[in-house]
Design a protein around this ligand. Structure first.
Ligand code: FAD
Length: 280
């Protein structure tokens, strides 16, 4: 196992004041796991530009290591430069650079900028100011032309200046280990951190997974679908995802990136079960 696995937690920007208050509590509680950083997603097409930036700058004021997700979306260079300057002034030192997706219905009005171009843009304008994380897909990005092309484009993101990658979530550890082997063969030597999605609400997870191309193993789907009591789903989810994380860390994964859905419980329970932090 890696000596001290890197832990990070991802949030989405809440729409309401209550949601925001809850997020601050979540962040405070998850701090107990000494994460390397928290990150805040960026709404498809830049739809959360202000909320993402506000949360990030607010949390920076509290001295938190926080990384905004960023994509061009439908924005021009000036708008993206404005955000980068805002982040630089706030003392942000890490960005998750993405192509992103367009919100449905907006696909035709703007050309998406590939993530490697955004990485190159950030490096060109801000030098080494930011550690750049990019996205990787052990089960292949849904629009990828082929497995090899997807890896080639991931390599392009590192060649453009990215430092490390966070993966889409998955439940089959072999997909991750095979992907790492293929990346290594392609000459990628940067760390690739597995993205971990705790399982709480299975109906939502199944819908979301269809959209983002993450596979839920057949046995797990059938088991989950047979449960009526949400507590049974939660218990099996905890067991399965804890085992997954254990296998990943034992197999040499350099850390874990949690998709928290702004909740404390699911990520904390997995980390506690793995022996991180204090038992509750
Ligand atoms: P890219 O790396 O640009 O790849 C997109 C597709 O184009 C792939 O199929 C790739 O094979 C292909 N491709 C890449 N480069 C080229 C090229 N030069 N020429 C031709 N084809 C190419 N979405 C959001 O909207 N907001 C978020 O905050 C957000 N956070 C995420 C965090 C993580 C860790 C992950 C894994 C995903 C996240 N996403 C987010 C989803 C992501 O935006 C989508 O998966 C999006 O469709 C692809 O983004 P990307 O940065 O991986 O794109």
């Amino acid at each position: 196992m890696t000596d001290t696995p890197r832990i990070s937690f991802e949030f989405f920007p809440p729409k309401t004041v209550e949601g925001r208050e809850k997020l601050y509590k979540t962040r405070e509680a998850l701090q107990a796991f000494e994460p390397e950083f928290f990150s805040v997603t960026y709404g498809a097409g830049g739809t959360t530009r202000e909320t993402t930036a506000n949360i990030v700058t607010d949390m920076r004021r509290d001295g938190i290591s926080i990384a905004p997700h960023l994509s061009f979306g439908g924005d021009n260079e000036e708008t993206v430069l404005g955000l980068l300057n805002q982040y630089r002034e706030a003392g942000v030192d890490r960005i998750v650079a993405l192509r992103g997706d367009m919100p449905s219905g907006m696909g035709a009005v703007a050309q998406l900028v590939y993530a490697n171009e955004l990485v190159a843009f950030i490096r060109r304008h801000t030098g080494d100011q930011f550690h750049l994380e990019v996205a990787a897909y052990p089960e292949i990005h849904p629009e990828a032309e082929s497995y090899d092309d997807d890896i080639r484009y991931l390599k392009g993101k590192f060649e453009a200046g990215a430092n490390s990658a966070l993966t889409q979530y998955f439940y089959n550890p072999d997909a991750y280990f095979y992907f790492l082997d293929q990346c290594e063969k392609a000459g990628i030597d940067a760390p690739i951190y597995p993205g971990i999605m705790p399982i709480t609400n299975f109906t939502n997870l199944a819908r979301f997974s269809r959209n983002c191309g993450a596979e839920i193993p057949r046995w797990l789907r059938h088991r989950m679908e047979s449960y009526r009591d949400p507590e049974d789903i939660r218990k099996l989810g905890l067991e399965v995802v804890t085992d997954l994380c254990d296998t990943l860390l034992e197999g040499g994964a350099p850390g874990l990136h949690f998709y928290t859905m702004n909740q404390i419980g699911p990520s904390a329970a997995i980390l506690n079960a793995l022996g991180f932090g204090d038992e509750e």
